[in-house]
Design a protein. Structure first.
Length: 94
């Protein structure tokens, strides 16, 4: 898949000249142990392959009880405008 992305020319603006945008939504439930690494991997991929897009990563925390919310706040401080999160009190995946 990486080769396909590198080898194809991607049109990143609309006809009116506005940059296209991309939101990657990651639903999580009690995943504090792997969350930072997962966000870092997705961030690196988007930064490498979609640098001509306005993109952001959005994590939807579905009622985690393992410190995921605190970790999300820390990740937000690192990635600033390219990272957002929401907290849903209803527990469950997706």
């Amino acid at each position: 898949m990486d080769a396909q992305i590198r080898n194809q020319e991607v049109q990143t603006t609309t006809e009116s000249g506005i940059r296209k945008s991309l939101d990657v939504v990651m639903p999580v439930l009690t995943e504090a142990k792997i969350l930072a690494a997962s966000v870092s991997t997705v961030h690196r991929f988007l930064n490498t392959h979609f640098d001509n897009y306005n993109w952001r990563i959005i994590v939807a925390d579905n009622g985690s009880t393992d410190g995921t919310l605190d970790l999300l706040k820390t990740i937000k401080d690192v990635y600033k405008r390219q990272f957002h999160y929401i907290r849903l009190e209803q527990r469950g995946r997706g």
